[in-house]
Design a protein around this ligand. Structure first.
Ligand SMILES: [Zn+2]
Ligand SMILES: [Zn+2]
Length: 459
């Protein structure tokens, strides 16, 4: 029989909560926020641009770029850095291609030098989600008509060349040629068809990423997670960076060939949260962030619905999950995975050892000076998966999940009623809020990840 769980409320938690509230008074938070984000914004923007640009250039150089120019093929095109200007906030293919279009049009469209300029011309307010999501009647006038008014009639039929990364092969950069008029139509269609909304959500999420990191503390940690690519095909590597104010915690979790589905993710997260709670015992709030793009890893109704169990599983007050553009913050989280792999490889090569299992990888990795390494047993992944499958079986669908980027858990009227609130961005705009109800069951309890920890029994 299912029965409601009891509300966990130990005294230590109440005390920590009081300390947390006293310390983080609204005014102080705002001031700290302003100062820190200003300082870090410039630095992070630079890091992001460098890291992403390097990734892009690496892939372009490795794959031998082909340029198709008026039917002829030319080898060895170099990607121009000019499009990666400071206005650009996401470096995905859509952003990159839109930027190429705007660059080509800009000469003929006064005051339109960047994608932001273009969007400002065709939108009432680029900071209003209603305009950017296509819910504003004023913005819904055909964009192309507005742009035609701004262009000299002599230039409408002028031919221009522009670059585009291919749909299926991001490494393939193709040179096209079209008239200015046609280009305006293409850019307008792309903007209306979803680029505006993509641009808006990425911009808001980038600001949230920087603010969350800058505002993190030992009470309110910011947790960036990702899977690194496997080692020797057999070793699954899950990486995490915990930001708690000036304190950082770098973590790598190792397992034998895990499925990397939502079950594995939750088991890895369980170990991460246990570790971060040991290091920061006052933590009451966890803000998880991950890259948008891999639904099986993170963006599923099972993984996100399971957030309603975090209070019960980990005794924390609040939990949220944000999704960011694929490349955002990638440099730092990739650094953790790459460092540990290089460290193991160097040691193994010196001793002429072949690393063919997670256990062996762990043996060579565990002494890393800066990165804590945790070995997750296969039995634990299997046990958790059984609990999670039962728990998530009846979870409702989250409609339009691909367009949602911020999730928060809210308590319902009883300890076993929980709600997941979902929004397109962490601005949490009311008109775009989706609320999903869940009921918690006592038997659905994830066991602690070490043997010597107390285990909550199930009826
Ligand atoms: Zn993008
Ligand atoms: Zn509008």
């Amino acid at each position: 029989m299912k029965s409601p769980s009891t509300a966990p409320a130990p005294n230590a938690r109440a005390l920590a909560r009081r300390m947390y509230r006293a310390r983080m008074s609204e005014e102080k938070r705002k001031e700290t926020n302003r100062r820190r984000s200003e300082r870090r914004r410039q630095q992070q923007k630079k890091q992001l641009l460098e890291a992403t640009f390097n990734l892009l250039v690496d892939s372009l150089l490795e794959e031998s770029v082909e340029t198709v120019l008026q039917g002829e093929q030319h080898q060895g095109t170099t990607l121009s850095i000019s499009s990666l200007d400071s206005e650009q906030i996401c470096l995905c293919k859509d952003h990159e291609n839109f930027s190429f279009l705007v660059t080509a049009i800009s000469k003929y469209l006064p005051g339109c030098d960047t994608t932001e300029d273009f969007l400002e011309i065709v939108t009432c307010d680029i900071n209003d989600i209603k305009c950017m999501a296509g819910h504003c009647l004023d913005c819904n006038e055909p964009i192309v008509d507005i742009l035609y008014l701004l262009i000299s009639p002599d230039n409408i039929n002028r031919k221009v060349k522009y670059k585009q990364l291919q749909e299926a092969h991001i490494e393939l950069l193709v040179l096209h040629e079209n008239t200015v008029g046609q280009l305006i139509s293409i850019a307008s269609e792309k903007a209306s068809a979803g680029y505006k909304f993509h641009h808006y959500t990425n911009k808001v999420q980038q600001i949230a990423f920087e603010n969350n990191r800058a505002n993190s503390s030992v009470f309110e940690v910011f947790l960036h997670i990702d899977y690194a690519s496997r080692y020797a095909d057999e070793v699954t590597i899950f990486t995490a960076i915990v930001y708690a104010g000036e304190n950082h915690l770098l973590l790598t979790l190792i397992a034998d060939d895990a499925t990397e589905d939502y079950c594995s993710t939750i088991t890895f997260l369980k170990a991460v949260i246990k570790e971060l709670k040991e290091k920061f015992p006052t933590v009451m709030e966890i803000k998880i962030v991950s890259a948008d793009g891999n639904a099986s890893h993170f963006k599923s109704k099972s993984n996100l619905g399971n957030l309603v169990y975090y209070q019960q599983d980990y005794e924390i007050n609040t939990i949220s999950w944000d999704f960011f553009a694929l490349y955002h913050g990638k440099g730092e989280i990739d650094f953790v995975g790459n460092s540990i792999k290089n460290y193991v490889k160097e040691k193994a090569d010196l001793q002429n050892v072949i690393i063919d299992s997670a256990e062996k990888f762990y043996t060579y990795a565990k002494d890393h000076e800066d990165i804590s390494v945790i070995y997750v047993k296969r039995e634990e992944l299997v046990e958790d998966c059984e609990v999670l499958k039962a728990r998530t079986f009846s979870f409702p669908n989250i409609e339009g999940l691909e367009n949602l980027h911020h999730f928060e858990v809210v308590c319902g009227t009883t300890p076993y009623d929980m709600q997941l609130k979902c929004w397109p961005t962490s601005k949490c705009e009311e008109d775009f809020e989706i609320v999903i109800d869940y009921t918690l069951y006592e038997y659905d309890v994830l066991e602690e990840s070490t043997n010597n920890k107390s285990v909550i029994s199930a009826d």
